[in-house]
Design a binder for this molecule. Structure first.
Ligand code: NAD
Length: 424
């Protein structure tokens, strides 16, 4: 019995099975025929490459890399490259599909792709990392291109790594091609506003949710889990918009103040002390307990599988804005729905990042750069429209927001495929 329970929890926590469960439900509700479901499930192309790299001590090592294009029906493949010791082709394949749905939800003209290299960047020198990145780029060169497949940063990759990919690609093409990657340094064609885009997107959809539910910004209390790029930005912008951020949860604990935390001061405190804990005027709390604080908005922006069948019944928020990818399991979805919690699903809530990546690609191709106000204004336009599309769809079809987001995405990709027809 205990073994069976732990097996079912293991299945529940598998993010790819969770994405599959949502795909199945959305496809069934859309009454997509079997053939179309098969096409939408299958990746377009997958590549595994073996990368010989000379280490600093003179030894040769061979690393394995992957690039998967899930769908290019609506435009070039778009998706990050992760460097991690345990990355697998299965994981990259699932993440590539995830990108297809995310780009379709916000209706930007990209398909979905993802890449990975099996390595531990923590033990590689800068030179080793550069040689590895360049060789990986050279080996997947036929996949890449502004018109075909555009990588971006993901776990353990950053703007510098994007610069090396861009340079390697450009050297092969004999001209500089900035639009081949996004998330580049600003001085090499990166976009203003990209750094903040995901957290800003969370703010925009949360404001929409408050409006929809008839809630006042000033009386809104917020708990944010994860004080990194997404959570830190979301907390700062939500506080600036007039909400009261009463708790921030990090890996080593949480800080709480019913009067609201000064987020800029909390960032400074963490810079100075290395932790959010011990913030003057706030109470330290256990990180797991803080997730269940009474609040209006909970922003899980740290990692996957935070809200599960084991704890969903304890959540006391009115709105959950999923800054992270996959923070809620499919089983927990049902519990949250029964509690009438309004969930803004990840493929909508955190799509601000890929949206501004799209703007970066557009600016690179135009050779004309936008100011930050323009970037933020256009991001707002897209996030507001996407929120209304998803919530309107949910209302019309009597489904929750997550299934609505998947239905909308599947429908858009299936429609594009139908219009294009199957090339034989
Ligand atoms: P990050 O590394 O900058 O921040 C994550 C933070 O969460 C870190 O400060 C870390 O200490 C904290 N954390 C880790 N485990 C925790 C735990 N158990 N409890 C509380 N805090 C914990 O990463 P990020 O870029 O902000 O990404 C966060 C999530 O958002 C990930 O799921 C990522 O895939 C997703 N996401 C990020 C972007 C983006 O543009 N950065 C876009 C879409 C989705």
């Amino acid at each position: 019995m205990i073994a069976a329970e732990s097996r079912s929890l293991e299945r529940e926590l598998n993010p790819w099975l969770a994405a599959e469960a949502r795909f199945d439900e959305a496809a069934a509700r859309l009454k997509l025929d079997d053939g179309m479901q098969k096409v939408l499930r299958s990746p377009t192309r997958e590549l595994t490459v073996y990368l010989p790299v000379q280490l600093d001590d003179g030894r040769l090592e061979v690393f394995t890399g992957f690039r998967v294009q899930h769908s290019i029906a609506r435009g070039p493949g778009k998706g990050g490259v992760r460097y991690a010791p345990d990355v697998t082709l299965d994981e990259v394949r699932a993440l590539a599909a995830w990108m297809t749905w995310k780009c379709a939800v916000v209706n930007i003209p990209f398909g979905g792709a993802k890449g990975g290299v099996v390595c531990d960047p923590a033990v590689l020198s800068e030179g080793e990392l550069e040689r590895l990145t360049r060789r990986y780029t050279a080996e997947i060169l036929e996949f890449l291109g502004p018109e075909s497949d555009v990588p971006a940063p993901d776990i353990n990759t950053n703007a510098q790594i994007m610069a090396w990919i861009m340079d390697t690609y450009s050297m092969h093409k004999r001209h500089t091609e900035t639009a081949v990657v996004t998330g580049k340094p600003l001085d090499l064609g990166g976009s203003l506003g990209r750094q903040e885009a995901t957290g800003r997107g969370c703010l925009i959809v949360t404001l929409e949710a408050l409006r929809k539910l008839g809630m006042d910004i000033e009386n809104t209390t917020v708990v944010v889990q994860g004080f990194g790029n997404v959570g830190g930005t979301a907390a700062r912008l939500m506080a600036r918009a007039g909400m009261r951020v009463i708790a921030v949860i990090e890996i080593d604990g949480a800080v709480y103040s019913p009067h609201g935390l000064d987020i800029d001061a909390l960032m400074k405190h963490r810079e100075e002390t290395g932790s959010i804990l011990g913030f003057p005027g706030a109470e330290n709390l256990d990180r797991d307990e803080a997730l269940f604080l009474d609040c209006h908005v909970l922003v899980p922006a740290a990692k996957e599988n935070v809200i599960t069948s084991l704890n969903a019944h304890k959540i006391r928020a009115r709105i959950i804005c999923e800054g992270a990818n996959g923070p809620t399991t499919a089983v927990a979805d049902q519990i949250l729905a029964d509690k009438r919690i309004f969930v803004i699903p990840d493929i909508l809530a955190n799509a601000g990042g890929v949206t501004v990546s799209y703007f970066e690609w557009v600016q690179n191709r135009q050779g004309f750069y936008w100011n930050e106000q323009l970037v933020n204004g256009r991001l707002e336009e897209i996030m507001v429209k996407s929120f209304r599309d998803v919530v309107g769809y949910a209302d019309r079809h009597g489904v929750d927001n997550r299934i609505a987001a998947y239905m909308l995405a599947l429908d858009r990709v299936a429609f594009a495929l139908k219009l294009r027809g199957i090339y034989a």
